[in-house]
Design a protein around this ligand. Structure first.
Ligand SMILES: Nc1nc2c(ncn2[C@@H]2O[C@H](COP(=O)(O)OP(=O)(O)OP(=O)(O)O)[C@@H](O)[C@H]2O)c(=O)[nH]1
Length: 524
């Protein structure tokens, strides 16, 4: 049975829902009243627990407000039907109205404070139920109920005894049964999905323990068999077990079972502890069951709250971690993008746009670093510089146009790059002048490289828009003397280049020292 009292969008016609609610509530109320009158009446005629109000209150807590009116005739008719054998009609109607007052007052206040969809799902809602149901509404109703008993001819001196009987019976019924009925409807789906064999076995074990302990508590020490009775407190551990493992449904079920066993023993087997007046024993049982219900259900609610806040914390923690990961990924992406952009910027800042080789500033920076490194290390490793200049380049521009000249410069850069080692550096010094830095090169190697470049340029076909362009270069070389700085080195290469131009172009000039840094002869 799933949520029988809930309004649904099922195929069920709406006009039938109200009457059906009335029938279900009336049947539940009548069964509760019948159980209260026939099964929980002590030998002295007192109902230990009054279950029907729990049915009516559960219905009001579960139903939408516009269905509430159906509860009124249901409760009145069921009350009259249950009472008529023992009470006159007017008093049955009065009892019904008082019970209606009790449950409507409790439901109105509970829902007013805890919201329209009531459930036993938090400690605060449980406290709200306890305050307005068993404590307030049942107490007030008991004053009216005791008045009816007086009107029925009971002695005025017994007023408070009836008041107490009414309150305890009603409060106990509400405390034990309302949570059970409400969670059975509200949490049915959740209970069903979490149900498995292990949980079923554990539930049976708890139930068996409750029954066994209930049997022991009410049989050992009763009558004259054993003089020392066992305390009812023994029934609390299985209630706590049920609360801890099964939450509010478990706690409410365990208390209901304990109540059934205890009341059964007291009413049907007359198992009163020796020397205890029946009224005192019943009061003690009622008090114990009330405490067990409050503590058991309260524990279930508290653990539920704890679990919910732990899950909330875990969810928040997971969310935080996810956000952190996202942030880290984004930072890593941005860092990489920044690094790429920096690299691009560095490349742009150090590259000559026309030829794609190092520009003047980058070349000078590297050359200075190389010279500085050799100074610092006092290293004699070789270093040489070539200065290359196109011959009669002005004619190229003048004859074929500036774009043709640009094309020649670009092709020349490629030709140079193809004819030097990866560790050599080629840069554009300005205009049609190029510099080449040759680390670890001695004089002979430097001249060989210069000659190779000169020949390679002379042999290269410079083609522009179908026209062949004859291009040669003059080269000035300078081998680092181990002392001079970069400017001085460039100056010497420039002087050699000037000489090459002067001596007819398309040639290499430059003094090669007998020994240069890096030569074995130099260190000898
Ligand atoms: N197309 C082009 N021409 C350039 C560039 N930079 C410099 N030039 C030209 O290079 C030419 C250099 O001419 P000059 O200094 O007279 O030298 P030259 O004609 O090569 O004669 P020598 O060097 O004495 O053989 C000038 O016409 C400049 O305009 C450039 O980036 N692109």
């Amino acid at each position: 049975m799933s949520r029988p009292l809930e309004p649904t969008t099922s195929a069920f016609p709406d006009w039938l829902t109200g009457p059906l609610i009335g029938i279900v509530v009336a049947a539940g109320y009548f069964v509760g009243a019948w159980l209260g009158v026939t099964q929980t009446i002590s030998p002295e005629g007192k109902a230990i627990i009054w279950p029907p109000n729990a049915v009516a209150l559960a219905a009001l807590l579960l139903l939408p407000r516009h269905r509430w009116p159906w509860v009124i005739p249901a409760v009145l008719l069921a009350e009259i039907a249950a009472d008529l054998p023992a009470f006159p009609l007017w008093s049955a109607v009065a009892f019904g109205l008082i019970n209606l007052f009790e449950v409507f007052l409790a439901a109105t206040l509970i829902r007013w404070l805890s919201g329209p969809r009531f459930d036993f799902d938090s400690l605060s809602r449980g406290a709200c139920f306890l305050l307005f149901g068993p404590l307030l509404a049942a107490t007030l109703a008991a004053f009216l109920g005791a008045g009816v008993y007086l009107a029925l001819g009971k002695e005025a001196s017994a007023y408070f005894a009836y008041w107490q009987m009414w309150w305890f019976g009603d409060a106990l019924g509400l405390l034990i049964l309302t949570p059970l009925l409400v969670v059975a409807v509200r949490q049915f789906d959740e209970l069903r999905t979490r149900w498995n064999r292990a949980r079923a076995a554990e539930a049976i074990a708890v139930a068996a323990l409750v029954i066994t302990l209930g049997f022991l508590v009410h049989s050992v020490g009763s009558g004259t068999r054993i003089s020392q009775p066992l305390s009812q407190i023994l029934l609390l551990p299985p209630v706590f077990w049920a609360a801890a493992r099964f939450g509010v449904p478990g706690a409410a079920s365990a208390v209901a079972l304990a109540a059934t066993v205890s009341i059964g023993f007291m009413v049907h087997w007359d198992s009163l502890p020796p020397g205890l007046a029946p009224e005192t024993a019943i009061l003690a049982l009622q008090e114990f069951l009330a405490v067990a219900a409050i503590v058991g259900v309260g524990l279930g609610l508290m653990l539920g709250d704890l679990r919910a806040s732990r899950e909330g914390l875990r969810a928040a923690h997971d969310e935080l971690e996810r956000k952190n990961r996202e942030l880290e990924e984004r930072v890593a992406e941005r860092t990489q993008a920044l690094r790429d952009a920096n690299q691009r910027l560095e490349a742009i800042a150090s590259t000559d746009a026309l030829t794609g080789i190092a520009n003047r500033w980058h070349f000078l920076e590297v050359a200075q670093r190389e010279v500085h490194r050799r100074h610092e290390a006092d290293s004699g490793s070789g270093l040489a510089l070539l200065m290359l200049d196109l011959d009669h380049f002005k004619q190229v521009n003048d004859t074929y146009g500036h774009p043709a000249g640009d094309h020649v410069l670009h092709t020349l850069a490629l030709t140079i790059r193809d004819n030097i080692r990866p560790l050599d550096l080629c840069g554009r010094f300005g205009g049609e002048e190029f510099l080449i830095l040759l680390p670890e090169a001695d004089g002979e190697t430097t001249r060989a490289v210069a000659e190779r470049l000169r020949e390679a340029v002379a042999a290269t076909r410079f083609e522009y828009q179908g026209q062949q362009l004859e291009v040669t270069v003059s080269v000035g070389l300078a081998v680092w003397d181990g002392q001079e700085d970069v400017d001085e080195l460039i100056q010497r290469a420039d002087t050699a280049l000037y000489r090459a131009k002067h001596r007819g172009r398309n040639r290499v000039e430059g003094d090669i020292p007998e020994t240069s840094p890096g030569d074995p002869k130099a260190s000898a």
